[in-house]
Design a protein around this ligand. Structure first.
Ligand code: HEC
Ligand code: HEC
Ligand code: HEC
Ligand code: HEC
Ligand code: HEC
Ligand code: HEC
Ligand code: HEC
Ligand code: HEC
Length: 247
């Protein structure tokens, strides 16, 4: 009769397994804090520890009570979405005793660059500058009031911001056309671009105003048969409107 024998390799594994279980129990006993698991999958004592920390941020409502001037300026500016303590740091001690404790005042360029230095990952259109080129050496508040940072003068032309489009149009057949011929733009677009986007042409007839066979435009403008040319596609699916190529 053959006796049943546990294979060697299984025996060795069983020993390892037993050691692991014992180690786990020991480690758990030594290292897992006593209050772990009492209220859920975390250390219950942490609740009291965190609650006992002193409050460092006062919140914007508190600042507004005493600093109405700064708050009013900021409320209608580009910085309306920023809380005071984003720039001035935690200031609850100051709020409860203004004379004794002064908050941090970020006069260095670095404080603004944290949000405004060029980074490709920022959202399209977010106002950015190149630190080295944008009025170097001077602190930002010299020219921008931090509570209402509107640039000192509003750019006058479309090319101030859309330089590459303006430059390519200037060497194209559409050089004689103003941007506004095709884009109705309110003055507000130049002040706060994304709050008032200009209109863009939406149909073939728009280009037909100058290029259709019977359009009342200047004789030398090239004509196409609006009904058939390019099929039913929009003109700018084939012609880049800022540099249209024909023949
Ligand atoms: C109870 C009224 C009060 C509250 C609340 C208050 N402040 Fe002030 N704060 C003052 C006074 C008064 C001064 C002027 C002190 C001086 O010039 O001697 C001052 C000065 C300042 C200064 C200028 C410091 C300097 O060095 O010139 C800053 C910045 C400031 N407060 C930010 C804040 C912020 C941010 C908050 C909200 C977290 C806040 N304050 C809340 C009363 C207040
Ligand atoms: C974008 C960052 C920023 C935000 C947001 C901001 N501040 Fe300031 N604040 C500054 C800077 C920078 C200065 C220093 C200005 C200077 O030196 O001319 C300053 C100066 C001050 C001063 C001192 C004024 C003086 O003439 O010395 C007070 C008071 C103040 N801020 C309060 C506030 C309050 C209240 C809020 C929120 C309603 C706020 N700030 C939001 C950046 C900021
Ligand atoms: C916490 C981030 C943050 C900090 C710090 C900050 N800003 Fe801004 N800034 C913004 C936001 C958000 C806007 C609004 C962008 C928009 O309207 O699309 C803005 C807008 C501006 C604009 C308007 C640009 C335009 O569109 O014409 C200027 C100028 C400006 N900030 C200057 C400053 C200066 C100077 C400082 C330092 C005192 C500063 N910012 C600090 C977030 C910040
Ligand atoms: C010598 C004055 C001066 C100083 C100093 C200055 N700026 Fe400006 N800033 C301007 C002017 C003028 C404009 C508007 C015209 C332009 O775009 O150059 C402007 C525009 C901006 C814009 C808007 C750009 C856009 O695309 O709409 C931002 C953001 C800005 N500045 C941030 C800063 C920051 C941050 C600092 C400090 C590191 C700073 N500025 C220092 C004068 C200044
Ligand atoms: C102060 C800078 C600035 C000036 C000046 C400016 N723009 Fe813009 N414009 C912008 C920015 C920033 C955007 C992009 C907004 C975005 O992508 O969210 C934009 C977007 C546009 C768009 C695209 C709109 C869309 O729906 O995609 C058109 C068209 C346009 N601008 C035309 C013009 C014309 C025409 C002028 C001159 C009358 C002009 N812009 C002047 C900053 C400017
Ligand atoms: C002949 C008409 C015409 C002229 C002139 C014109 N555009 Fe456009 N533009 C268009 C059309 C059409 C589109 C839409 C393209 C699309 O939807 O893909 C457009 C799109 C844009 C856009 C959106 C981004 C892009 O490149 O598609 C901007 C920004 C813009 N134009 C700015 C300008 C500026 C600034 C000028 C003057 C320097 C100008 N345009 C002149 C017809 C024109
Ligand atoms: C499917 C692509 C396509 C579309 C859509 C299209 N075009 Fe064209 N277009 C061309 C090509 C390719 C040429 C050059 C070859 C030719 O003359 O047919 C051209 C040439 C032209 C010319 C020059 C004609 C000449 O006599 O030299 C004009 C003007 C023109 N297109 C305007 C338009 C207008 C306006 C629209 C919208 C109504 C439009 N195109 C839509 C492809 C297109
Ligand atoms: C206000 C009148 C006007 C409008 C609107 C207009 N164009 Fe033009 N276009 C011209 C003029 C002027 C020329 C230069 C003369 C020429 O070559 O026909 C031209 C030239 C062209 C050419 C010919 C380029 C070549 O090689 O000869 C094309 C293609 C063209 N435009 C496409 C368009 C498209 C696409 C649109 C609509 C987004 C458009 N145009 C809107 C006036 C206009």
């Amino acid at each position: 009769m053959r006796t049943f024998r546990i294979p060697d390799q299984v025996a060795r594994l069983a020993v390892l397994f037993a050691v692991a279980v014992v180690a786990l129990v020991v480690v758990r006993h030594i290292f897992v804090p006593k209050s772990f698991g009492k209220l859920g999958h975390y250390r219950a004592a942490a609740v009291d520890e965190i609650a006992s920390q002193s409050v460092r941020y006062a919140g914007m409502q508190t600042c507004v009570e005493c600093h109405t001037e700064e708050a009013e300026k900021k409320s209608s500016s580009f910085h309306r979405g920023l809380a005071c303590e984003v720039c001035h740091g935690p200031a609850s001690e100051h709020a409860s005793d203004p004379e004794a404790k002064k908050p941090f005042v970020p006069r260095e360029r670095g404080a603004c660059l944290y949000c405004h230095n060029y980074l490709p990952s920022r959202p399209t259109g977010f106002p950015q500058i190149l630190e080295k080129l944008h009025n170097p050496m001077k602190p930002c508040p010299t020219c921008h009031n931090p509570h209402d940072p509107t640039p000192p003068h509003v750019p006058g032309t479309c090319s101030a911001c859309h330089a590459s489009i303006a430059r390519i149009k200037a060497i194209s057949h559409h050089d004689s056309l103003e941007c506004e011929t095709c884009h109705e733009a309110s003055p507000q677009h130049r002040q706060d671009p994304r709050s008032a986007l200009p209109k863009k042409p939406t149909n073939r007839e728009f280009c037909g105003k100058c290029h259709a066979q019977n359009a009342p435009s200047a004789k030398e403008i090239r004509r196409i048969d609006l009904a058939t040319h390019g099929g039913r596609y929009l003109c700018w699916q084939c012609h880049y409107p800022h540099y249209p190529e024909g023949r």
